[in-house]
Design a protein around this ligand. Structure first.
Ligand code: SF4
Ligand code: SF4
Length: 219
């Protein structure tokens, strides 16, 4: 719709939708809307609670009250937790003289699992390597044969390395694996003077036949 200013009014084509002020039929067949009188504008603003400085102050006051209430609730919640913890018995892990207690979902050095039959669960599909944001998984896959079956699938991971100088323990590889072949163990003792020893080979991460965890993955 094209609006044309004509003199002091706003003109719309005939049949225009909403009129704000006084309307007049112009000779050109346009409906001209004269600017509304000042009193009308003020009454409209009063109805919406916006008139004068009072409405604005009221809104600002309500916003401030809400902010004060929300902040107080957050403070009470925070201090409740602080005081609850403050009076509990302190637990100190006496590492390395005593074993460390981990939360079950702790993400440590990876474990490559076997199925119930003792076969490796990894089928060399590369999905974990593709999902890894740090690009620290290196896999070389090989075909299973009748004489030598390593995994239940067509292929198995002949070489499976993880470079722990790059791994950020995000768990994306675990999420991506379609056979649940890789999980995080609780092993965390990675510190070394030789960066090359941070490249863990398949043999260091592979679960032993019988379900025993690999040495590196134990906590
Ligand atoms: S935990 Fe994350 S960074 Fe580490 S190997 Fe898996 S996907 Fe890569
Ligand atoms: S660990 Fe899982 S995702 Fe990675 S290659 Fe093996 S089967 Fe595929």
């Amino acid at each position: 719709m094209r609006h044309v200013w004509s003199g002091e009014g706003l003109c719309r084509p005939s049949g225009a939708v909403r009129l704000v002020g006084v309307t007049q039929r112009s000779r050109a067949g346009l409906t001209c809307v004269a600017p509304p009188a000042l009193g009308m504008v003020e009454r409209s603003r009063e109805k919406r609670g916006l008139a004068g400085g009072g409405g604005f102050v009221r809104l600002a006051g309500m916003g401030m009250i809400r902010e004060v209430v929300e902040t107080s609730v957050a403070l009470v919640k925070g201090f409740t937790l602080t005081f609850k913890t403050m009076f509990q018995k302190t637990v100190t892990e006496n590492y390395p003289h005593q074993p460390v207690n981990f939360q079950p979902r702790y993400r440590g050095i990876h474990v490559l699992h076997r199925d119930e039959g003792g076969l490796e669960k990894c089928v060399g599909c590369f999905l974990c390597a593709a999902a890894c944001p740090a690009n620290c998984i290196y896999i070389e896959a090989a075909e299973n044969t009748q004489e030598s079956r390593i995994s239940a699938g067509e292929r198995y991971a002949k070489i499976y390395n993880i470079d722990y100088s790059r791994c950020i323990f995000c768990g994306y590889c675990v999420e991506a694996c379609p056979t649940d072949a890789i999980t995080h163990g609780h092993g965390f003792e990675l510190a070394t003077y030789d960066i090359n020893s941070l490249v863990y080979r398949k043999e260091q991460m592979l679960e032993k036949v019988g379900g025993e965890m690999p040495v590196g993955a134990r906590s």
